[in-house]
Each structure stands twice: as C-alpha cells, then as structure tokens.
Design a protein around this ligand. Structure first.
Ligand code: OGA
Ligand code: MN
Length: 288
C-alpha cells in the first residue's frame, strides 16, 4: 500500500496512511520527514509499536533528547531511559508511573525554556480514556503569516523570555524555586519570530504563557502584547483537536506548533510513551 498524506486542517497537521512504522524502510522515510516539516504535526493511526520500535523510528529524525524534568523528575520505563511516560496511572506504591496527571495541560511548546529546545516530540498511545484527554495543536507558521501588521511590528526583532519554572500541567519542576517574576525565573531568551531551518518560513515562537516576557517593554505592556498574540494563535482557524485512539502515533514539530491537552477523568487510565528529538541548532531569528 502506498503512503498517503492528507492534511487534517489547513493550518496544521496531516494524517499519514499506508505505513507500518515498525517496518519502515529507508526509501520511505524522507517523504515522512518532509511531511512533518510541511504540516507541523503528523498522525499515524493503527500502529503496533514496542518501545524498541518507537525508539528506532524516533532515531531516524536525529539524536534523542533525554526526557524533560517534570513534577517528579524524569520517569521512564525500566531499561528505556530515552522514553518518557505521560500517564495518570499509579503504581503499586501509589506513585504516578508518568507525568502530567489527569488535569489540563495548557498551551505550550516543549522545553523552550532551554537554549536548545528539542526539534520534535512524539507520543504513542497505549491506553486511552473513554472520553477527554484530547490533544490540541496550533500552527504557528499560519498564525504568523496572518498576524495583524500592528501586532507583528511590536514583536519584530525582539526576543521573548521563556520560563522553565512550571510545566504545562501547572506543576513546579523538581528542584526549581517557585517565582512569578520572569527576570528571576530559570529560562531562555528566543527570537519572537523564528526562521524555520527546514522550510525557511517565519514561525511565531511563544513557548508558554505563564511568566513570559517580551524584551524592551514594561511588564504591563509586554503582558498586553502577549495576551493579543495568544488570543490570535489559539483561535479556531489555526487549531486541530486530536481525539485519540489506541495505537496512534502523533509527532509534532516543536518549532512550528504548540499543543495543549484537555483534562480527563482521573479514575480512567491514559498511558502514553513519548520520545524527543534533540534540536540540531538554536532557534534563529526570522529576518524578512
Ligand atoms: C507532551 C504533552 C500532552 C498529552 O507529551 O509534551 O504535552 O496529550 N502531552 O499528553
Ligand atoms: Mn508537551
């Protein structure tokens, strides 16, 4: 069966069909890599992947990035330090087997509070609750192209401070001192508008909202600009809502998309195995 790529919305995401990721051949991979850059998020349904298959597919995109530091540090399945578990399920001792619990995970891109954030992340679904826990994506290249000129002018050539104090679930990262002052918070500065190294397009790079700050403005001015940017990018025309099925592999481009997750019933089980691909270069500014 031949591979087909069908966009799921105009702004972000495509479903790839006709592919068994556990048996992927070298000849097919470049088309997948191109589709990932073009669409920002790829969905492969009906996969059956062991952890070794997930690692092998992930490694085709580059060197793996160690899991992020979450509310309970870094949690991996035994023997698989490069895989990280996203789950609300508790083990026999009553400790979570993974990160992010069952609450909402607010809009974010992964680990942009570092100088060299990962290029990609992927989630493979092993157990899915009967409802809730949908994951949303927004297309930051389409959102950037459609920015009102006035708003674009306010951020052009400027950097944004990305805060690493809290994760998207609102949890304090292990070992971090809490603060709501962007200047004191651990984090990184990145250009507000990036040039995507894969396709040369301009992409808005916001990271996450909490404790974020646009350089050269007062905190109040910066907050007003950020509110306007966030309202713009998370509007329905740039967004795809993913309703999970078991066996879905979803991967995203961290430079050109953001994502968030709906809460779900904490009594239900949701188990995802996840990998991250290291950034090949630091985010660079888009110069028109
Ligand atoms: C992640 C993430 C959301 C989800 O793994 O980076 O944000 O749907 N996950 O579990
Ligand atoms: Mn994430």
């Amino acid at each position: 069966m031949a591979m087909t790529v069908r966009p799921v919305t105009a702004a972000v995401g495509a479903e790839v069909s006709g592919i068994d990721l556990a048996k992927l051949d070298d000849a097919t991979f470049p088309a997948i890599e191109r589709a990932w850059i073009e669409h920002g998020m790829l969905l492969f349904r009906g996969q059956s992947l062991a952890d070794d298959d997930l690692l092998a597919f992930s490694r085709r995109f580059g060197e793996l990035d160690p899991p992020p530091n979450q509310e309970r540090g870094r949690i991996s399945p035994p023997g698989y330090p490069d895989i990280y578990v996203v789950s609300n399920v508790l083990d026999a001792q009553g400790d979570p087997i993974g990160a992010l619990g069952a609450g909402e995970a607010v809009w974010h891109t992964d680990m942009s509070y570092l100088d060299e954030p990962p290029d990609a992340s992927m989630l493979y679904s092993l157990e899915i609750p009967p409802s809730g826990g949908n994951t949303w994506f927004c297309g930051m290249q389409a959102a950037c192209d459609a920015l009102p000129a006035e708003l674009r002018r306010k951020i052009e050539g400027r950097r944004i401070k990305h805060d690493g104090t809290y994760n998207s679930g609102g949890y304090l990262r292990q070992g971090v001192t809490p603060t709501d002052d962007p200047m004191k918070a651990p984090g990184a500065w990145h250009p507000a508008i990036l040039r995507h190294p894969g396709n040369g397009r301009a992409t808005l790079y916001l990271g996450r909202r909490r404790n974020s700050y646009v350089e050269g403005y007062s905190r109040a001015e910066s907050d007003a600009i950020l509110e306007a940017l966030w309202a713009h990018v998370t509007g329905p025309r740039f967004v795809y809502e993913h309703v999970w099925r078991k066996g879905d592999l979803v991967m995203w481009d961290n430079r050109s998309t953001m994502h968030r997750r709906d809460p779900f019933d904490g009594e239900a089980r949701r188990v995802m195995h996840r990998t991250q691909i290291k950034g090949r270069q630091k985010p660079i500014a888009y110069a028109a």
